[in-house]
Design a protein around this ligand. Structure first.
Ligand code: CP3
Length: 355
């Protein structure tokens, strides 16, 4: 394996010294980039990009080629590959987001769900990881990812995106045992899926708990965090002679950072609703922090973006343990020039905090 030429992302996740604060953007390969839209048109649709390792590799590399400041690559795929591999039949309706042909609604549906084998059932993802690693050739580390069990369950039970998670929450409160069986099967699936990605070459992994923050405090502990803790305890933590850091990102989880920091991960992802300096005081002795600029700041002018980057860096303060990111994914309407201004500002303004 080629040695990493730029490892400041991995170093910051382990709170080792860095020269500048590393940065990447959630959804960095996506519709705001004209080159991404061209690749998607060539492939036909979004899932064809994900399922063809050459296409997945091509779009993963696009933001890196455009922005030399990016300190990490993220596998181009989707969190819904797991429910698809469980037999639900994922498809995307243009402009309407993800949909499933088969929706999960009863205990019998859950009992019938298989645990996907990463090689046999999700081999296209494993192939994408190894193809991207080869293409990166040590340029920056590659991040693998999965959805959290709770977040995956919401899509599986609702049949797609939802505003209020009516069906999923009704199942949680009416039939907690059925929900626990579903979450347990998902935790097993996610653990072997992420371990498969690590063995194929992912150098860090992130668990996206996009909808955990929509639960009550008690339900979050029991139905989301408990399963992420279980996954973290089953992950391969060292590979190719290096630590493989784990990042947990619960969107809207700011109230529960102390308990999330106890789940065994190396780093927590923060959305923009919390102050990163305050988060550091609360949990910075246990974990590194990733985040947390409001992605809509990218609609403002480059000077305003730069000022907001400066404010977040100052709030975190001196020393390692911070990976700069947006607090959620970059949106399709963002001007790519503004994303560039954001990335440059992070490196330019952060050197002073690493002397
Ligand atoms: O960060 C990256 O660049 C890696 C790629 C990535 C995608 N999805 C590509 C994608 C990652 C990490 C995801 C994760 C994902 N997928 C999450 C968790 C992160 C989050 O945003 O909270 C969720 C909830 C999904 C499910 C999903 N996939 C939805 C709800 C949608 C439709 C909404 C939308 O933005 O259109 C997708 C589609 C999707 N996944 C796109 C991309 C680039 C857009 C599809 C397209 O090109 O039309």
């Amino acid at each position: 394996m080629t040695a990493l030429k730029n490892d400041r992302f991995l170093r910051a996740l382990l709170k080792q010294p860095v020269d500048v604060t590393p940065v990447w953007m959630m959804r960095q390969a996506g519709r705001y980039l004209p080159e991404y839209r061209a690749s998607r048109a060539k492939a036909g649709d979004f899932m064809s990009l994900c399922m063809n390792p050459q296409f997945a590799c091509e779009v993963t590399m696009q933001p890196l080629d455009r922005y030399p400041q990016l300190d990490a690559a993220i596998l181009f795929s989707d969190i819904l590959t797991i429910p698809d591999a469980m037999g639900q039949g994922l498809y995307f309706e243009t402009g309407e987001g993800p949909r499933f042909k088969k929706v999960i609604s009863t205990l019998a549906d859950i009992e019938a769900l298989p645990i996907p084998d990463p090689q046999k059932d999700l081999g296209y993802v494993m192939d994408a990881v190894s193809t991207i690693r080869r293409e990166l050739n040590g340029r920056v580390p590659l991040i693998g990812f999965s959805g959290s069990p709770w977040t995956l369950a919401t899509y599986m039970v609702e049949g797609g995106s939802s505003k209020d998670f009516r069906k999923t929450k009704a199942m949680l409160y009416d039939n907690p045992q059925a929900m626990h069986l579903l979450l347990d099967k998902l935790a097993q699936s996610v653990t072997s899926y992420l371990n498969g990605q690590i063995l194929a070459g992912a150098q860090a992994v992130q668990i996206f708990d996009t909808w955990g923050g929509n639960l009550s405090a008690a339900a979050y502990q029991e139905f989301s965090l408990a399963y992420m803790r279980k996954i973290v305890s089953g992950l391969i933590r060292e590979h190719e002679g290096r630590k493989v850091p784990v990042i947990l990102f619960t969107k809207n989880g700011g109230l529960w950072l102390e308990s999330i920091a106890d789940a065994g991960a190396d780093a927590l992802g923060l959305d923009w609703t919390c102050d990163i300096g305050n988060a550091r005081e609360r949990v910075g002795h246990k974990v590194a922090l990733q985040g947390n600029m409001d992605p809509t700041v990218l609609y403002a002018k480059p000077e305003a973006i730069r000022a907001e980057v400066g404010r977040i860096l100052a709030s975190y303060g001196s020393g390692s343990g911070h990976v700069f990111n947006l607090g959620h994914g970059i949106t399709p309407e963002v001007d790519p020039e503004h994303a560039g201004a954001f990335l440059r500002a992070v490196h330019e303004l952060s050197a002073q905090y690493h002397v």
